[in-house]
Design a protein around this ligand. Structure first.
Ligand code: BTN
Length: 265
């Protein structure tokens, strides 16, 4: 697999000697953070065929069976404070839409903040984790992990997510070349890493793909579930919501559900 992925990259690709393939791993994000502590460079990529402890946002697990998906993390070493990376998950989401579209012709939507969707079903998730330097206000490592469902049929998903998940093969109705997609993901992550300072352009593209905007939503935060209308994504990637009393609030944590999607009625 690693040879096919490398074949999908230009011969002079700057990160080509930093791509690590694992048949099985606990979590590519967990391992990337460990490698960061040991000094792994900017642009280190980890890809696994299977994860035994794939993690998602809000402490959830990410189902990562062998031969079915792409489970990838990139380690970035941006020399900046964490505030300058508020849009990193948004940037990764747009980059992954670009990669999927390039390889399949299908452009997924983005469900704020970190899910790629096709129709009303989840195709992929993104988990961004920042580590601060011990003696500085700067980010020591930013790990962006992406899991994309590629080859599953409906029956391959566990019953609890069967009605809300989809794969590229389900959407396309034909086989998907995982190595070609992994190569495209790596190339688009490289471009994303260089383009991060262009925050406004990235967020303009994010808003275009974001299927949450204009929708009736619920916002679940610890001890509190509220309803509202999703209006916009602000300059930090937060979701601007109008609440029933007319107040507007920038939401940047918790679970946002869209009516009619993932079984939310
Ligand atoms: C989510 O759905 O909330 C995010 C899922 C992120 C899954 C990816 S798979 C590769 C990387 N390693 C992990 O443990 N998680 C991310």
């Amino acid at each position: 697999m690693i040879d096919s992925i490398l074949a999908a990259l230009p011969g002079d690709f700057p990160w080509q000697n930093q791509i690590h393939w694992f048949d099985t791993i606990d979590s590519t994000n967990t391992r990337a953070k460990a490698m960061a502590r040991q000094g792994a460079p900017h642009g280190t990529i980890l890809i696994a065929d299977r994860q035994t402890g794939g993690r998602g946002r809000l402490g959830r697990s990410f189902h990562s069976p062998a031969g079915m998906g792409i489970y990838m993390s990139v380690l970035l070493r941006p020399q900046c404070p964490p505030e300058a990376l508020m849009h990193l998950t948004c940037a990764a989401a747009v980059a992954m839409c670009d990669a999927v579209e390039e390889v399949t012709g299908i452009r997924p939507g983005i469900k704020w903040i970190n899910d790629l969707v096709i129709g009303h079903r989840k195709l992929a998730g993104i988990l961004t984790e920042l580590t601060l330097g011990s003696h500085s206000e700067h980010v020591d490592a930013a790990v962006v992990g992406i899991g994309i469902n590629c080859c599953q049929a409906v029956s391959d998903f566990p019953p609890e997510i069967r009605d809300m998940a989809c794969s590229l093969e389900m959407a396309l109705g034909s086989p998907i070349d995982r190595a070609a997609l992994a190569g495209a993901m790596i190339r688009h992550l490289y471009r994303m890493g260089n383009a991060l300072p262009q925050r406004d352009q990235i967020l303009t593209r994010y808003r275009r793909d974001c299927v949450t905007l204009g929708q009736e939503i619920s916002i679940a935060q610890p001890g509190l579930v509220r309803h509202g209308t999703a209006l916009d994504v602000d300059g930090n990637g937060a979701l601007l919501v109008r609440l029933p009393d007319g107040q507007e609030e920038a939401v940047n944590s918790g679970e946002v559900s869209i009516r009619g999607m993932y079984g939310y009625l």
